[in-house]
Design a protein around this ligand. Sequence first.
Ligand code: SF4
Length: 298
Amino acid sequence: MVRILDPQLRRALAERVRYCHEMGIYDFYRRDFNEGGRFSGSTETKSPSGEMFAASLSLYESELREEMAARRSAVAPIIEEGIFEVVSPKPEYGVADPVAALQLIREDLGDCTRCKLHRQGRKQIVFGVGNPRAELMFVGEGPGADEDAQGEPFVGRAGQLLNNMIKAMGLGREDVYIANIVKCRPPGNRQPERDECETCSPFLMRQIATVKPKAIVALGATAAKNLLAMNAPMSELRGRWYDFKPAGSDPAWPGARLAVTYHPAFLLRDPRQKGEAWKDLQMVMKYLGIEPPRKAAE
Ligand code: SF4
């Protein structure tokens, strides 16, 4: 007999499964326990725990399907997105000079208190840095301690590695534009939370719409998932191009192509993946027509 579960319990279980999926865990095995809490060894028994788990899986799957459908529709027709949307005019609209336009966005951001990160120990807002007319833009997750102290993205150890990656491409840091999904340091270097990303990322979208890069490289899963509004493991996100154009951007700009690679901080923890990241960058270089220098930097 099917047991009706408490909706809160179902949701909690669904959240647990979702969390496991985000951690890359996809295979689950149902274990049944007898009253004494011992594993019965049967996967056929229709115990409450088994039903609850199956119910949570089915709820998760249906939620995931809905979420992916909604997100696909948000990402795929990027060019059409702006056709019917009413976009409130922003101060930088109509300003042709990207230096001035970025300055207007920075002024609009002000001493931002729009999300809770403003009261969680940030020293300063880390806006973005680089060539306002860059063909290539890198987007990371959020500032760390060094970035918070210096007010510039990617200046710590991970920043040094990003510099080396840029150099290996035959470019300099001054040739590209670098920014993050959130502009304030999350406490303890935790991942920025969804509400923080949703509140802050419109400013990043305006920076992207101003710089109008040909290519964007999302550094790490958090940046990729927020830019693409899709939830997938890095193994699926990497190795392909995505069309990317923020809503309300210049109709004459065709938009950027977006690629995903590993975050430099991850590469510091697992240097074996540097070769994979280099493949991603080579894909970007090919698209931009960049010849690598003879000896690529490590
Ligand atoms: S993270 Fe972004 S939205 Fe939040 S306070 Fe900082 S600048 Fe404002």
